[in-house]
Design a protein around this ligand. Structure first.
Ligand SMILES: Nc1ncnc2c1ncn2[C@@H]1O[C@H](COP(=O)(O)OP(=O)(O)O)[C@@H](O)[C@H]1O
Ligand SMILES: N[C@@H](CCC(=O)OP(=O)(O)O)C(=O)O
Length: 275
């Protein structure tokens, strides 16, 4: 069923805050190291890798020795500004170990909604990919505002990663989280929950099983519902997404070899990756 996944050439990889930070608010350097190693090796294999990373707020809070998100928007945006620059410093150090160049791309919703600026985003990403650079994408939290009259926010990086996959016509979106995949109920509260290995189509029953919008970690925003919203866009675009545990990011190699890990969202059971 998954044997053709290793044919995926253009791969978007999204990691959530829960993969990058320990519950105590400190950065998980082991996961960051493994990510840098894995993504750099994929580029060496000839894959085109686009990385969507959360963590600006989480890392920012750690920089400021704060243990919870401030409530006001300006404070959150200031924390994100501090954290984003530190996040990229951490990535620069790790990726340099593997001689892999990275580039930061911060996006807001309005950028991808206007055709001209949308095309410019595509051009930049295509150029970085051609240069064998790994674009590291995040929402531009310091300037995006979530107000009805000012729609600049994607809302969460799960959906942003699906939009990125759509923009650059990716073969596969790999979403790494703090959970092994999508279950029939939240496994952290329901021991009878069963892991779905593959989902062809999403319906209301599955959305109901996603357990609301709350995030499992205190620094992220997504929750399982936002992952299903992302999966819905991926399926509508006839693309593929795998949701898996990011505790050991090297499992990306196993995923691409077709091992039955995590939940695969794909319309067609028999069809392999596009390229
Ligand atoms: N049906 C479900 N299957 C798996 N996880 C679920 C489900 N419903 C709710 N969750 C919760 O969603 C969390 C993952 O979302 P989140 O914490 O936002 O991750 P990330 O930081 O990777 O974006 C899990 O840790 C779990 O607590
Ligand atoms: N843009 C925010 C992350 C928002 C978000 O979606 O977080 P997560 O649910 O951990 O992927 C940040 O960098 O802190």
């Amino acid at each position: 069923m998954r044997d053709k996944l290793n044919e995926a050439k253009r791969i978007v990889i999204k990691v959530g805050t829960s993969t990058l930070m320990y519950p105590n608010g400190k950065p998980n350097l082991q996961a960051v190291d493994e990510l840098a190693f894995t993504l750099s090796d994929l580029v060496n294999q000839g894959k085109e890798v686009i990385f969507v990373s959360s963590g600006a707020i989480g890392i920012g809070l750690n920089q400021l020795n704060m243990n919870r998100r401030p409530s006001s928007i300006p404070e959150q945006q200031a924390v994100a500004a501090i954290g984003q620059s530190e996040l990229m410093t951490i990535y620069n150090r790790r990726f340099r170990t593997y001689n892999q160049q990275i580039g930061q791309v911060l996006l807001t919703r309005d950028v991808v909604d206007y055709p001209e600026s949308r095309q410019n985003v595509i051009n930049t990403l295509e150029q970085l990919i051609n240069m064998q650079v790994v674009p590291i994408i995040n929402e531009n939290d310091s300037v995006s505002v979530d107000e009805l009259d000012h729609l600049t926010k994607f809302g969460d990086n799960d959906f942003l990663s699906a939009i990125v996959a759509q923009l650059i016509n990716a073969d596969l979106l790999i979403m790494l989280s703090d959970i092994d995949g999508f279950y029939s109920a939240n496994p952290t509260t329901d021991p009878t929950a069963v892991l779905y290995q593959q989902i062809h189509q999403l319906d209301q029953r599955l959305f109901d099983q996603a357990g609301g919008n709350g995030s499992g970690s205190q620094f992220g925003t997504g929750g399982m519902l936002s992952k299903l919203n992302a999966a819905q866009l991926v399926l509508a675009n006839n693309q593929k997404m795998i949701l898996a545990n990011g505790k050991h990011p090297k499992i990306i190699f196993d995923l691409l070899e077709g091992r039955n890990i995590g939940t695969l969202f794909s319309k067609n059971q028999l069809e392999g990756a596009k390229k």
